[in-house]
Write a protein that binds this ligand. Structure first.
Ligand code: G4P
Length: 290
């Protein structure tokens, strides 16, 4: 499937240089960065360019969608980031969990800047922050939640596409209302797989049945009980994803014309249920897994 994704990277409009430039321009305006990752796959959903682009600026990592990830694994990620000198905070932008901790951590990280503003007689000058991350990690939801806005600003294009606007988030802090969007990195095929599983790579550029089969095979290995419980599958579970997908179709009574299992429909339903947390809170990678 990852080869499939690679063949379809035209999905990425070819504006990467321009995107990088726009983000760099905006980075010049800010004192700190919030990098949003998906808590279910913090490594796969990271773009290593962010560390490079933001070198020298305080950076806080947000493990978003922590409501969908395994708490124990998320805690291990927090320790892992701490060991590398980064503050990571589990957040759930839908409910707002973790946002207070983010603001507290941010105030701490920019203390030096606040003090130097004071020393320069600019006590009222806000300390500014911007959000960075790959598509679909929840950047817009995060910004809207912090800004107390209902209506989402769309940020599905790379770069920072709108006129900059700043809004106060308390304690002398201001946030750029549009995130910087970077494309994910695909060098490792397993990364492409995980990004497809969590929906960070759109289904329209992948083969849904292949994605579903691969995820089924992974879950059969990692948490067979969840699959078994959700789809009443016979045990021991087949480890072959395609066979599992057929079983899901049959158990759900999904049959195509001719009576064959409707694996296309089953794939769409299964991916939807996984992404919606219906199989429980599942992390796809741990810090120990290289
Ligand atoms: P982006 O700007 O980084 O591209 O992501 P965006 O905020 O558009 O969020 C992508 C999807 O992730 C949205 O779902 C959003 O609701 C969901 N999301 C964001 N934060 C969280 C979170 O902490 N937990 C969970 N469970 N979901 C989160 P969607 O299906 O695209 O839209 P909708 O369900 O909001 O209609």
């Amino acid at each position: 499937m990852s080869d499939f994704v690679k063949q379809n990277v035209q999905w990425f409009p070819g504006h990467m240089a321009k995107t990088g430039r726009q983000i760099r321009e905006n980075l010049r305006l800010v004192d700190a960065v919030a990098e949003i990752l998906d808590a279910r796959a913090p490594r796969a959903s990271a773009n290593p360019d962010i560390a490079r682009m933001t070198a020298g600026k305080p950076r806080i990592v947000l493990l978003n969608k922590c409501d969908l990830a395994d708490d124990i694994v998320t805690a291990a990620w927090v320790r892992h980031f701490a060991a590398t000198g980064l503050t990571a905070i589990p957040v759930d932008c839908k409910t707002g969990r973790g946002l207070k901790q983010f603001k507290t951590a941010l105030s701490r990280h920019v203390e030096g800047k606040t003090r130097s503003n004071l020393a320069k007689g600019m006590a009222g000058k806000a300390v500014r922050v911007m959000v960075l991350g790959i598509p679909n990690t929840g950047k817009s939801t995060f910004i809207n939640k912090l800004a107390g806005r209902k209506k989402a600003l769309t940020a599905d294009k790379p770069g920072v596409t709108r006129q900059n606007q700043w809004f106060p988030i308390g304690a002398g802090l201001e946030m750029l209302d549009t995130p910087g969007v970077l494309w994910p990195k695909f060098d490792d095929p397993a990364v492409g797989d995980k990004l497809s599983f969590i929906g960070a790579v759109k289904d329209s550029v992948t083969d849904t049945q292949t994605v579903a089969s691969r995820l089924l095979a992974l879950l059969a290995e990692r948490c067979p009980g969840r699959l078994q419980a959700r789809y009443a599958l016979d045990t021991p579970l087949a480890l072959d994803g395609a066979a599992l997908l057929e079983s899901v179709a049959l158990k759900r009574g999904m049959r195509a014309a001719g009576g064959q299992p409707d694996t296309e429909r089953a794939a769409a339903v299964f991916l939807d249920e996984f992404r919606g947390g219906k199989l429980g809170r599942i992390s796809l990678e741990t810090p120990e897994e290289a």
